[in-house]
Write a protein that binds this ligand. Structure first.
Ligand SMILES: NC(=O)c1ccc[n+]([C@@H]2O[C@H](COP(=O)([O-])OP(=O)(O)OC[C@H]3O[C@@H](n4cnc5c(N)ncnc54)[C@H](OP(=O)(O)O)[C@@H]3O)[C@@H](O)[C@H]2O)c1
Length: 253
């Protein structure tokens, strides 16, 4: 990571985004943090300031294109962004009657449109400087369509493939793009799951793995490795067989 750094993270009011902000905070680091919950975002802000970072927060919905554009541009013109992490995301329960039309649209809106709204305003100025780094929060759920989370796994597959393609498209401009694909991590999102979550990690440990991967400017940061190996194997199975196997998994309540 470059030093001084100017880093923008969406969804810093909770879970992985909060853990990333806390880990990346330090002297010579300017953080631009977003979320919707004022109280929790202020807690992240205070923790990052205590580590010596300069922090600027905004309560924003990442689906609001104009608001995101304004925030990203303001951040970049104040302290040229060195890293943008499009982390905000949601999942939905499918356990009582499956996924509704509204639920599917909302998940795609936040997990895909929100990511586009976050990274695109940063691409032009990074291109002009011929340097920068962009990370999008995908998931190991991106490796197969999971019947228990149709829109979630599809939206995460979309941002993973988008990031991989952008990696090639923006390489000549000096911009490194990374897709982050965690397995199960303790957060508000997973706290509601009432089924066993193999290799469940603490958010701090996940942030450590993610930051190490970002420092190495990896194309994909997929972890923990046993879950990555499992979903990679699943992605090689014939689709019909994979669907039969995955349909037996419990659904999110
Ligand atoms: N936890 C896991 O096991 C896991 C695994 C793989 C990938 N991920 C991904 O990691 C990311 C973070 O999830 P998490 O587990 O940390 O969940 P979380 O604790 O629920 O945090 C989600 C964050 O996203 C923000 N957010 C949600 N919708 C938003 C919107 N429309 N506009 C702006 N901010 C919004 C939330 O803000 P407010 O709380 O302030 O509303 C919160 O800061 C997500 O993209 C998720 O899909 C999580």
């Amino acid at each position: 990571m470059s030093n001084p750094a100017s880093i923008l993270i969406t969804g810093a009011s909770s879970g992985l985004g909060e853990a990333l902000a806390r880990r990346l905070a330090g002297p010579d680091v300017t953080l631009w943090l977003t979320g919707r919950n004022a109280e929790r975002l202020a807690e992240t802000e205070a923790a990052c300031e205590a580590k010596g970072a300069t922090v600027s927060c905004a309560l924003l919905d990442t689906r609001d294109r104009d608001a995101m554009d304004g925030f990203v541009r303001r951040a970049d013109s104040t302290a040229p962004l060195t890293l943008v992490i499009a982390n905000s995301g949601i999942s939905g329960g499918t356990g009582s009657g499956g996924e509704s039309d509204m639920q599917a649209r909302e998940i795609f809106d936040v997990n895909l449109t929100g990511v586009i709204n976050t990274i695109h305003p940063a691409i032009a100025p990074m291109r002009a400087r011929k340097q920068g780094q962009i990370a999008v929060m995908s998931s190991l759920a991106a490796y197969r369509g999971f019947p228990g989370a149709p829109a979630y796994s599809a939206s995460k597959a979309a941002v993973k493939v988008y990031a991989e393609a952008l990696r090639g498209a923006l390489a000549a401009d000096g911009i490194a793009v990374t897709a982050i694909c965690p397995g199960f991590v303790k957060s508000r999102m997973t706290a509601v799951n009432d089924f066993p979550m193999p290799f469940l990690m603490e958010a701090d440990r996940a942030a450590e793995v993610m930051v190490r991967g970002l420092e190495r400017r990896k194309t994909v940061i997929a972890f923990p490795w046993p879950m990555h190996a499992m979903v990679s194997l699943l992605s090689l199975l014939p689709p019909g067989l994979a669907v039969r196997l995955l349909s037996r998994l419990p659904q999110k309540s």
